[in-house]
Unconditional design. Structure first.
Length: 220
């Protein structure tokens, strides 16, 4: 029986995926390189340094460790400027209603995000109080698709990974959740997310009844 929901942050709860994309694109452009929105799908869920390495790889550029940390810092400065004025209007549709429904039904709720900005974003958007546990990029060294971020959340909640359902918009995140032995609900507008147990285009389509039907393999 599923009694725990673990949410990815960027692109599931909060509309930040496009800001990450714009900031990475600006960084790539400053290096004389560009990448497309479909390339960007592969960066979703991946931590900052690993994302940078992928972009440099695509560009065929090699940078030493010091240069890489300066580039990552530059991207994060641009990103932080974009999210500075963030508030509850930046929550994705359906986020608050679904969290409220789960909280009223005694589900354990956690966030499992690669982002080092997760706590700040949860505070700004006013949803921090829903989560017993927030595992973010400051707590785990290994990036999704490594399952550590989700296993750590289950461990801190004292729940079995098999009792957890993960909500993810990134391919790396779906893989991480599967490797953790958890159920996964893919949150995506298009059909480019593979391997999840069920899909919704956004949390506005979610409620506990739908969650249970996906988990029990009897889609509504
Ligand atoms: C999430 C996003 C990625 C982002 C990563 C690290 O997983 O989907 O696009 O690169 O977090 O975020 P940070 O805020 O630490 O740079
Ligand atoms: Mg995401």
């Amino acid at each position: 029986k599923i009694n725990t929901c673990i949410f990815d942050l960027d692109g599931v709860l909060v509309d930040t995926a496009s800001y990450h994309f714009l900031a990475w694109k600006r960084l790539a452009n400053s290096l004389g390189f560009d990448f497309s929105e479909s390339d960007n799908e592969r960066l979703k869920g991946v931590n900052r340094m690993s994302s940078l390495k992928m972009i440099l790889d695509w560009a065929g550029l090699s940078k030493n460790e010091n240069e890489r940390s300066l580039l990552a810092e530059q991207k994060n400065d641009w990103y932080k400027t974009m999210i500075r004025t963030m508030n509850s209007s930046n929550l994705l549709p359906g986020t608050e209603a679904f969290l409220e429904e789960l909280a009223c039904s005694d589900y354990h709720l956690a966030v499992g995000s690669a982002s080092k900005n997760a706590e700040a974003i949860l505070q700004k958007t006013g949803i921090r109080h829903y989560f017993e546990v927030v595992v973010d990029g400051n707590m785990v060294s290994k990036s999704k698709p490594n399952p550590l971020v989700f296993l750590k959340a289950a461990e801190l909640l004292f729940v079995d990974p098999k009792a957890c359902a993960v909500f993810e918009d990134a391919q790396a995140g779906v893989e991480a959740a599967l490797r953790a032995g958890m159920k996964v609900i893919g949150v995506a507008e298009s059909a480019n997310l593979l391997g999840a147990h069920g899909y919704v285009t956004g949390l506005s389509e979610m409620n506990i009844e739908r969650l249970e039907s996906i988990i029990n393999g009897t889609p509504l």
